[in-house]
Design a protein around this ligand. Structure first.
Ligand SMILES: Cc1cc2nc3c(=O)[nH]c(=O)nc-3n(C[C@H](O)[C@H](O)[C@H](O)COP(=O)(O)O)c2cc1C
Length: 214
């Protein structure tokens, strides 16, 4: 796959068939993750791949709880507003993301889960997980990143057997699966709306009529 296709079409693909992901594909995803950069190349990271149905169903229960408390608290007001303004394309977009996020919460036990742990530098985990998601994209496997379970890390660590010593913290988790939908180009605000040049507030000096792929 061409690099830019992967960059432009790697999205949160939450609706999945539930078919297993073969070990050789899992191996390529993990091997791409550990190629990522880390601050000072310290690689102070641990990855935990979870496919055990019992472990996943215990995590799924916590994920659903997090979604209905934390998720609702965070997005609830926006969702009420979006329901009242359903004709607005922004509201439709928000409601689509919420439905899709609810699907992930209701099906959490069906994904292959990849957890990433670090000590003080959790920033270094995000390039690794993004590498994993890009590698998965190259295989046709979808991934959704979530930090939701970090809100209940004591219970999650207990389920996963993460040791109390060592100062490990959960950076995030990616839920992988074979998507049922199409890989579209990620809808984002245009570059010129969110980027300045040389000084804050100063527009970019050249036109960018994105998306610049295909
Ligand atoms: C740091 C981070 C946290 C996220 N947390 C969640 C989450 O808890 N649940 C979820 O369903 N998606 C989560 N996502 C996925 C985003 O919701 C998704 O990327 C965004 O809505 C854009 O959708 P798209 O990638 O399909 O275009 C997260 C993404 C990032 C980068």
């Amino acid at each position: 796959m061409e690099l830019r296709e992967a960059l432009y079409t790697t999205r949160a693909m939450r609706r999945i068939t539930g078919a297993p992901i073969p070990p050789e594909i899992q191996a390529r995803i993990l091997d791409a993750a550990v190629r990522a950069p880390s601050a000072g190349n310290t690689q102070t990271w641990r990855f935990l791949l979870v496919d055990d149905p019992d472990v996943k169903s215990r995590l799924a229960e916590i994920y659903r709880d997090c979604m209905s408390s934390f998720g609702r608290a965070f997005y609830g007001a926006r969702t009420v507003e979006a329901e009242a303004t359903r004709d607005d394309p922004e509201s439709q977009r928000h409601l689509r993301v919420m439905r899709s996020s609810d699907y992930l919460a209701d099906n959490f036990q069906r994904y292959l889960l990849l957890f990433a742990f670090g000590t003080d530098d959790l920033y270094s985990l995000l390039p690794a997980l993004w590498n994993a998601m890009l590698a998965a994209r190259g295989e046709g496997v979808g991934g959704t990143l979530t930090r939701m379970l970090a809100a209940r890390s004591a219970e999650v660590f207990d389920i996963l057997g993460v040791p109390a010593e060592g100062g490990w913290q959960m950076a995030a988790c990616v839920a992988f699966g074979w998507p049922t939908g199409r890989w579209g180009i990620a809808e984002r605000s245009p570059v010129e709306d969110v980027t300045y040049q040389d000084r804050w507030g100063q527009p970019i000096a050249f036109p960018i009529e994105g998306p610049l792929w295909p």
